[in-house]
Write a protein that binds this ligand. Sequence first.
Ligand code: PFF
Length: 355
Amino acid sequence: MAQPREQWASRFGFVLAAVGSAVGLGNMWRFSYLTAENGGAAFVLLYLVMTALIGLPIMLAELTVGRGAGRSPIGALAHYGGPRWRALGMLFVASGFLILAYYSVIAGWTVRYALIGLLAGFEGDPAARFEAIASGPKALLWHLLFMGATVGVVMGGVRSGIERAAVVLMPVLFAIVVGLAIYAATLPGAGAGYRYYLELDFAAIMNLDVLIEAAGQAFFSLSLGMGAILTYASYLSRDNHLPREGAIIAGADFGVAFIAGLVVFPLLFALGLQEEVSGSTLGALFITLPKAFAEMGLAGRVVGVFFFVALVVGALTSAISLLEVVVSSLIDRLDWERHHAAFRLGGAIALLGIP
Ligand code: PFF
C-alpha cells in the first residue's frame, strides 16, 4: 500500500527549506567568480533581471505543478501533461543525480577548508593547498562524509529531517553572511571593491554572452529544472499563496548572493588580489580567498572559517534537496521505504562522485 504523503509542519519551514535549496555554492562561489569573470556590476544587474523575468515564473510553474499534483517530478509532470511528459520528469531526476555527485565533491573541499582554517590557519602556498585538497584519498573521504550527512538528513523525512535542518541552519547562514559583509565594510580599500561590484558599465550590459551566463546562473541558483522546488512544493497543503512564497524564495536567493559579493569584492580589492580572480576558473576563488585570509592574520583566519562554514551550510541544504528529488521519485514510483531509498541512492551518487 502506498505510504501517505508527508507534509511540511509550517509554511515558514517550507520557505526556509526551499531557500536552503536555492542558497548554496551557487550563491557564494559560482556567483562571485562569474561576477569577476564578467566584469562586475553589469553581470549583477543582468542576473537580477534574469532572476525576476525568467527564474521567478519558472519557479512559480514548479511550485504550482508540485503542489497541484502532490507528487515528485515524474508523476507530477505526467499528471498534468500525460504520459509523454514522464520523460521530462526523468530528465529532472537524472540531472539531480548527476549534479549532486559533482556538487558533493566540491562541498567536501569546503568542509576541509573550514577545518584547515580552524585547526591550522590559511598560511602557506594557496595553490599547492588547493591541489592537495581537491585530489587524493582525503578529498574522497570528505566527499563521502558530506554525502553521509546529506543522506542522514533525508532519511529523517520531510519534517524531522529536511525542515528541521533548514530551520536550524538557514538562520546561521544568514547571520554569518551579513556579519562578514559588515566586517568587510571596515577594511581599508573596500571602496574599490564596491565600485567594481556596483558601478555600471553600460557597454557590458549589451553583451549577449553575459546575458546568457546570467540566465544560466539564475536557473542554477534558484534550483530550477531539476525538480527540487517541484518536489518540495509537493509536500505543501492548499493554503499557501504561491506567488508570495516564490517571491520570498527568489528574493532571499538573490539577497544572499548579493551580500556574498559584498564580502568577496571588498576583501579582494582591499588586498589587491582582484587580478587573480578576473578571467577566473572554478578554482580561483578557492585559491585567492584563502590567500586573502592568510594575509589578514588572525582576523582573516576567523573570517575565513566563518566564510567556509557558510559555504558548507549552504551546500548541505542544497544537496539535501537534490537527494530528495531522487529519493521521493523512488518512494512514489516503487513504494520504497524512505531510509532505504536515501541510503541506496545516496550511496550510488557518492560512488558516481568518486571519478
Ligand atoms: N541552487 C543551488 C546553488 O545555488 O548552489 C544548486 C542546486 C540545488 C541546483 C538544487 C539545483 C537543485 F535542484
